[in-house]
Write a protein that binds this ligand. Structure first.
Ligand SMILES: NC(=O)c1ccc[n+]([C@@H]2O[C@H](COP(=O)([O-])OP(=O)(O)OC[C@H]3O[C@@H](n4cnc5c(N)ncnc54)[C@H](O)[C@@H]3O)[C@@H](O)[C@H]2O)c1
Length: 338
């Protein structure tokens, strides 16, 4: 299949591009490299021994989109491009609303013009908010996300649903990711955050490599087994394969459709369990301190993954051990990222 991947140089995008190339799909990427490096694309090409057609630029740039859609034919677009840092979105809401929402509208307008009707969208478990009791299933009540970032995911899902209602050809699969971690087992590509990481695993691995002194754990008196927050961590390669299955699913749909799928493992792990698992499987010591809770953090949530298993024929295969070993393999081979 001929697939356009927006944000394909980023963390989840690069792993998905790799899986697509391994299956001999033809891949075109648009990425403005605002949060990534062209080196990820080079490495993906090397690992797969295949080429990516790469356009550096922003999906808000209509001239660029016209060039890309005018010169290529696509069956499906996988749309990763967007900003994703929760804390930054609270400080810079307008740039998040503009880039994520207007960016998606700009992309979908061109898709409709060029009659490209299949879209796979990167959504997030953050849309569920606090109203529902975990495990979240796709019918769980949607919440009031605590950040502009989370709001953009909720709003984009609504926009896409409205486009589907107005167009009898348009098909959307919105994938709600839980907590992607890990790296391709080659250790050649992985998560490369700029500045101090916001997420647990890059933080742990930068402590292990000596870039950071110690891990801060936000709160230890949550109502969970060990008092620290629990999340559903899913290996990024499993997640990438979820996109491959969604691609096959969407191609088979005959009618216009908007369908959401949770992608997670269905099992929660606490912050302390993650630290212990990393130490056990990598033999690295992770000093940590308990600090104040962060406003807006929920005690625990994880996915009900039955729908993805049933309809996409997808389930996460990799263990916590794989997640730890692969994270460390990437970090120790690339202590300064790409
Ligand atoms: N990583 C997570 O924990 C997580 C969880 C849930 C959902 N998501 C979503 O998945 C998607 C990918 O996440 P990621 O972790 O790979 O992030 P990432 O920042 O590594 O990748 C996003 C990519 O999009 C590019 N980009 C951003 N805005 C762009 C624009 N306007 N035009 C062109 N390129 C642009 C960036 O340069 C980057 O390469 C995002 O939409 C994110 O919100 C991520």
């Amino acid at each position: 299949m001929k697939v356009l991947v927006t944000g394909g140089a980023g963390y989840i995008g690069s792993h998905t591009v790799l899986e697509l190339l391994r299956l001999e799909h033809e891949v075109t990427v648009i990425d403005d490299l605002s949060n990534s490096s062209i080196e990820s694309i080079r490495r993906v090409e090397k690992l797969s021994a295949r080429k990516v057609k790469f356009y550096q630029g922003n999906i808000l740039d209509k001239n660029l989109l016209r060039t890309v859609f005018g010169r290529n034919t696509f069956t499906t677009v996988i749309h990763f491009a967007g900003y994703k840092a929760v804390g930054e979105s609270i400080k810079e809401p307008l740039s998040y609303y503009h880039n994520n929402i207007t960016g998606t509208i700009s992309l979908v307008e061109e898709m409709l013009k060029y009659r490209v009707h299949n879209l796979i969208f990167s959504s997030s478990a953050t849309v569920y908010g606090s109203a529902s009791v975990p495990p979240y299933n796709e019918n769980s009540e949607l919440g009031q996300p605590t950040s502009p970032y989370g709001q953009t995911k909720l709003i984009i899902e609504q926009v896409l649903q409205d486009v589907v209602s107005s167009n009898s050809d348009f098909k959307v699969s919105s994938l709600r990711y839980f907590n992607p971690i890990g790296a391709d087992e080659s250790g050649e590509i992985g998560e490369d955050p700029k500045g101090i990481p916001n997420n647990l695993m890059p933080f742990i691995s930068q402590v292990a490599s000596g870039k950071l002194d110690k891990l801060s754990i936000f709160g230890s008196d949550y109502k969970t087994e060990d008092g620290t927050c629990e999340r559903d961590y899913v290996h990024v390669t499993d997640l990438a394969n979820g996109h491959v299955n969604a691609l096959n699913w969407i191609e088979k749909q005959k009618l216009s459709v908007f369908e959401v799928f949770n992608l997670g493992t269905g099992k929660p792990s606490s912050v302390l369990q993650m630290v212990n698992s990393f130490q056990q499987h990598t033999k690295q010591r992770i000093p940590f301190e308990i600090v104040d809770k962060r406003p807006g953090d929920l005690a625990a949530f994880w996915a009900d993954v039955n729908k993805a298993e049933r309809d996409l024929n997808w389930s996460a295969k990799k263990s916590l051990r794989n997640m730890m070993e692969d994270t460390w393999n990437w970090q120790k081979n690339n202590p300064n990222g790409y």
